[in-house]
Each structure stands twice: as C-alpha cells, then as structure tokens.
Design a protein around this ligand. Structure first.
Ligand SMILES: [Zn+2]
Length: 196
C-alpha cells in the first residue's frame, strides 16, 4: 500500500530551517506518521515517500518536521505527519511477510535469549525447522540471534531446551499501532495522533 517511487536522494538537497547545510539525505529517511482520512494512524513511512504522496495530492501535511527539501527551484517543508485525503479501508492484516517485518514485530529482540540487536546481527529462525516440515509463516518465523540459531539447529525448541519469549503471531494493525506508539513516544507532533 502507498507504494510510489520517490526522487533519488542524489536529486535533492535538504537543510534544516535557518541553516544552509545541503545534501542531508538522512532527513529524507526520517519517519513520517501516516494518518487515514479519519485521522486514524495507519502506517509509518520515510519522509521521501511522504513528500511524494503530498506532491501527488494523495495526502496532505498535518505536521512539519522543521526541515526543507530543495528540488529544482522548489523548497518543500518536510512533513512529520501526513493524512490521506481519501479514506482507505485497511484490511485486518496489511503487512507483508518479510524479514524486515518479522524483525519489526519482534522489535529486534532474539525470541530465545531476549537480546536486542541490530538487524544485521539477527537472523530468522523457523520454530519448527524447515527440514521437519516447518513453513515460512508469521506463526513459524521469529527473530533470532546467531548464537541461539546455532544452538537450536534443526531441533524443535523443546529438544534444544529453548523457550520462545512469546507465541509468534501475524503482524496486524494492533501490533503496528503498538510500534507506532513506541516510535512516537518522544515525538510531540506524533503523540496527539497516537495517544487517545
Ligand atoms: Zn539469542
């Protein structure tokens, strides 16, 4: 959903309001909260994508983050919160099954030893090993550190004397909202849309 092609980072420069620091591509990746037309928070996307949605007339900026994006002779205020102009019905389960979304669901926490690690230091573990018929599904994939992954090998958790922190579930809107709240906890501009 909301898939669109943004301008490449090389095509645009960015600076913080009041300064002239160009080429700060980092701000293009700043998270932007996406609200449905009804103001219900539904997603988080990168600033670059949010700007494309605003330029296409699909969404409007509700809050700005204080940065400007310079493209050609335009200076665009970078949003912090956008709202879709047309209401979108959000199916109960919107997230695609992917490594990124499994790590997001498990909050980058090894589901066996509870260690929080950067994505690059985590792997996906099939709870029921693939070699023993385990499927690649939300319910059978968990974030796992390399050391736990080696220890578990091709065994069921119980055989390896390991225990899951919690039952893996599909990533639904409830989970997404929980993550949006975690992300928005320190952001005043997000808070009013997320905590009600
Ligand atoms: Zn571990």
């Amino acid at each position: 959903m909301l898939r669109s092609q943004g301008p490449g980072p090389a095509a645009v420069g960015m600076h913080r309001e009041g300064t002239h620091r160009e080429g700060n591509g980092h701000a293009l990746h700043a998270p932007v909260l996406v609200l449905n037309a009804s103001y219900e928070p539904i997603n988080v996307c990168a600033a670059r994508r949010a700007i494309v949605l605003v330029l296409k007339g699909v969404a409007m900026t509700e809050e700005e983050n204080g940065h400007f994006l310079h493209a050609a002779r335009l200076a665009i205020r970078v949003p912090s919160v956008i709202r879709l102009l047309e209401y979108r019905r959000i199916p109960h389960q919107t997230r695609a099954l992917s490594r990124k979304n499994i790590l997001l669901r498990d909050r980058n926490t090894c589901q066996y030893c509870a260690e929080v690690l950067p994505s690059s230091e985590l792997t996906l573990d099939h709870v029921v090993p693939r070699s023993r018929g385990g499927a690649s599904t939300w319910e059978n994939l968990v974030a796992c550190c390399h050391s736990c992954n080696r220890q578990k090998g091709n065994q069921f958790p119980v055989e390896a004397d390991m225990k899951l922190m919690r039952e893996p579930r599909a990533f639904n809107l409830h989970t997404s909202r929980h993550i949006m709240r975690l992300m928005g906890r320190s952001d005043d501009k997000w808070r009013k849309y997320l905590f009600y």
